[in-house]
Design a protein around this ligand. Sequence first.
Ligand code: IPE
Ligand code: IPE
Ligand code: MG
Length: 244
Amino acid sequence: MTHSRIPRHIAIIMDGNGRWAKKRFLPRYAGHKAGVETVRKILKLCAEQKIKVLTLFAFSSENWRRPKKEVSLLMELFMTALQREVKRLDKNNVRLRIIGVREAFTEKLQELIHEAEKRTEHNSGLTLNIAANYGGHWDIVEAAKRLAEKVEQGTLKSQEINESLFAEQLCLANLPEPDLFIRTGGEKRISNFLLWQLAYTEMYLTETLWPDFDKAAFMEALNSFSARQRRFGRTSEQVEEENA
Ligand code: IPE
Ligand code: IPE
Ligand code: MG
């Protein structure tokens, strides 16, 4: 699709919780809690705007390097949010998926994840992907491993491997690639988020801290997206001709 006013898939790095809390002389944890509220609001907006897929970066494979206390508070928050929200998500026809290495989580959290996915798997509204203990490098390496296994078993020839076959092995297989990437909090990097999938995604980087990312900020991102011309390598004349 070369021209679309509304993105089908939005991927977000929800950054700036810590700084938001610091500005208010609050512990970092208060920022993460406020961040969960923003997730709730953005979900509602996505449903209103008929967005099909929303992928949120909640915890990166590098975030284990944070102080132990913060990591365990984040895990707790993830767990309570899952417990509290699943019913509502299900009621709103949201299909929830968690992407990342879940074996690193406690048994209890893994169980909650499994139940939440199972409960919502047949829902046909918004698909919500939460990236937790996710890394873009990991995703690509796992895909390569799966293909290598098939070659080893003799069910695939290495010459048959192509981009679409490779993409089918990735976490977000069978979903449209992100049209819009949003990073709040002012940093200008991908931080090992969706590396393969962001190849042609429109970038929207904002200084706004995640807990402050409200309806107006979200609509601004959508407006910015709708004003862009996606060329996918072609010239602007070619794209205009096609859309005429
Ligand atoms: C993002 O906010 C949330 C997670 C990484 C879990 P940060 O905690 O990174 O907030 P800043 O970047 O320190 O402000
Ligand atoms: C990226 O944010 C990960 C999440 C938002 C979950 P970070 O705040 O961890 O990113 P870096 O380390 O500053 O790049
Ligand atoms: Mg950060």
